[in-house]
Design a protein around this ligand. Structure first.
Ligand code: CA
Length: 180
């Protein structure tokens, strides 16, 4: 049962299933709308334990992982995925308000494939996703390419979201996340 998703990786799922781990509902929604519009199936989690539960059921084709989450930080989940034989190959893109070099290094060392700093444009995020998926599963991206348009209306809706909202839940000052 848990391997069913794996079997569809060759393309049965249109653009691939993406697990979005983001605690801020508005950001989660904006990301999900864009991904669905681009042909992806979206699985949503608001914290690491929800994400763990989802991954036990299905293997996503990619994980978008917020760094600052209530409870364990996203970087811990990235390390968990990489440490588990079943999940070690799932591409991970970290989302974070942290832009300092040291944080980037910690994120990438935890096993993330890429790193997107908030606030980011949905267009940039989709481009990063596509690039990471192309590296990991070329045939999947080719199938997706004709569907990856984002309509002007949605794009402008996302673009008009106040940048401040994208970092409300991210408080670098808490300093909770750089140690293991
Ligand atoms: Ca957050």
């Amino acid at each position: 049962m848990a391997t069913a998703w794996n079997e569809t990786r060759s393309g049965a799922v249109m653009g691939g299933a993406i697990l979005v781990v983001e605690d801020e509902p508005a950001i989660q929604e904006l990301i999900a709308v864009n991904l669905e519009h681009a042909g992806h199936q979206v699985l949503r989690a608001a914290n690491v334990s929800e994400a763990e539960a989802l991954v036990r059921e299905v293997l996503p084709d990619l994980v978008l992982l917020d760094w600052m989450l209530p409870g364990p930080p996203g970087v811990n989940f990235a390390r968990q995925l990489r440490a588990d034989q079943r999940t070690k190959d799932i591409p991970i893109i970290m989302l974070t308000a942290r832009a300092q070099e040291q944080d980037t290094i910690v994120g990438l060392e935890s096993g993330a494939d890429d790193y997107v700093t908030k606030p980011f444009s949905p267009r940039e995020l989709l481009a990063r996703i596509k690039a990471v998926m192309r590296r990991r599963a070329p045939q999947l991206t080719e199938r997706t390419s004709s569907r990856s348009r984002t309509s002007g209306s949605i794009r402008s809706r996302i673009a008009s979201a106040p940048p401040a909202a994208t970092s409300i839940s991210d408080r670098p000052s808490s300093g909770c996340c750089t140690s293991s």
